[in-house]
Structures are given as structure tokens and as C-alpha cells.
Design a protein around this ligand. Sequence first.
Ligand code: CUA
Length: 358
Amino acid sequence: MKEIRSVSRHWHQSRALPTIGYALAGLALVLLAGCDEGQSTMNTLVPHSDLTRQISDIYGRIFWWTLLLFIGVQGMLLYAVLKFRERGGEKGNPEQVHGNLRLEITWTILPVFILLHIAIPTVSFIFRSQADATPAEDAIEINALGMQWWFAFEYPDLGVTTANEIHVPLGRTIEVRLQSDNVIHAFWVPQIAAKRDMMPGRVNHIKFKAEKVGTYLGQCAEYCGDSHAFMRFELVVDTPEDFEKWVARQKEPADVTTAEAKAALPIIEGQCSACHTLRGTIAAQKTAPDLTHIASRGRIASGILENTPENLKRWITSSRSIKPGSKMTDGAKIDESATMNLSSEQIDTVVAWLGTLK
Ligand code: CUA
């Protein structure tokens, strides 16, 4: 007996306590994950546009109805289990009941009512959010093209072309035309724009009005190949004044008269011009991101690296080790047959100029 008690105590200390501890720690982690108070811009529960707010409202409606149903069903179950449990002194089966018309009508009509309450707002929102083939009166149009693996953005009315970072003014309707010329991607900015596919051979539309100034993370949300997970972008919501300034600067060609420019031009107009555009130079290809104002962007390599000279050098030197399958070949000099074959000094020269292109 003594032995058993000691074993049992030992078991309690060695197994049960840690198990309960792990369970509590796990629960705490799950709960803490919900406590970012909107710090993370990937949190769909904190909407910052008219579009995501409407989705969040529907989500909330479904959540509360589901909770009510759960409590109702579990409550009735508990009631039945307690009330009709076997008591001492009872013999044989209880009285058998078959069918109850009133109850059956009730539990058919009640779910129909709840489903309608969820379905009507959901379906009407889906139609409202799709019916935007014609742009709103004062909408700013953006053409978004999904590439492998980055986003090309163009503002046709403003004459701005950029990549992996879009700016929009606060409170203005933005109409994004989503396209792809390769595989299917999906445009997703959790707090501003819901997921919508970018399809080859088809134009999808998404329309929203941002409600809070800030920088929001976006991510391709449709598996599209090797570097799908590294296909990100940023959406910056500016005040109308800041947006005007941004547009004015983005429209300008690059200044090619500086010393840094003169040193870098042979390489930009050589190797880089095979894929990139850099307005002000002869580089005008659209296979790769537009570099004209690359220094104005917060991140490089489609949102995966902070835009610093060190990261830019790393990226040009060995892009494929950072983003598997990248069409940008490693720039470092390997042998004379390599595509770019840039020496470390040449890469420094390019980085020095690109870093000035605000
Ligand atoms: Cu593009 Cu996933």
C-alpha cells in the first residue's frame, strides 16, 4: 500500500503536473496570440477598410449565432441527461416516445431562420463586392499583375508604375484590377482587401476604401510555385497630401547626372536592362520590378527583405539562395559564362546608385 501511494505520488509529480502545466501553457499561448491589439497587420479581426469591416461584421454575426446554437444544444443535452437519467428503483425501459410534430416543426424552422440571417447578408455582400466592373466616379484605378514571385503595380490615370508596394490615399475609393499572365495568384491585404484571385486570361476586381493611415502587409494567397511564401507586398495608406507627394515623386524619371549614376549606368544599361525598367535610362523591360524609385520602397525582393544597402547587395549577389526559383539570376561573378557576372565592386556601384533613387 505504502509502495502504491509512493508510486502514485511519484506519478503525480512526474506526469500529471507537467501535463497540466503544458496544457495551461498551451492554452495561454493560444489566448495570448489573440492579444496583439491590432499590432500585427495580418490580423483579420481588426479591419481597416469598408470592405474588410463588412466581412468582419458577417464573421461576427456567424460567430454569435454559432455560440448561441452551441449553448442551446449543449444546454438541452445536459438538461436531458440530468432529468432523464436512471434513478434507483426504476425497472425496465422508460416510456418510449415516437415523433413530436410541434418539436419537429420548431427545429426545422429555427435553423432556417438562423441560416437566412447568415445567408442574406453574406450573399448580398458577395454580389456587392463583385459588382464593380464599372469604376466609381472618383476611384483611383490600380492595375495589379501577379508575377512569379512579385507584384507589378500600375496607376494608369496617374502615370505611375511600381512594384511590391502600393500607396493609396485615406478615404478614397480604390479599384484594383487583378490579373496574371502566368499562373493563378491571389491578392490579399488582410486588414484592407479581402483575398481575390489573380487569374490568367481574366480580370478580377476588388474595391475598397482604406480607413486608417499606416503600412499594411499583403501576401499572395494562392499557391503559385517555389517562392509562393515569399511573394509579399506592402500597402501604404497615406493622408491625401502625402499621397499627392508620393505620386509627384514617382512620376519623375531617375536623375542620371549624379556621380553615382554615371558610375552605375554601364551596368544598369547592360546586365540589368535585360529585365528591368529604370526610367531615365535605356532600361525598359517589364520582366522584373521597375527600379526607378526603388529607394522609396520599404522592402525589396517582394517584401521579404528590408530595403538596406546590405540586403540589396545580398539580393543582387545571390538572389536564388534568398528566393528559390527566382527569375533574377545570381549576379555574382562565377565564371565568364554566368549571366550577370558582376564583381563585388560592380555590385557596390549599383547598390550605391539604387540607394539614392527615392
Ligand atoms: Cu503568387 Cu502564391
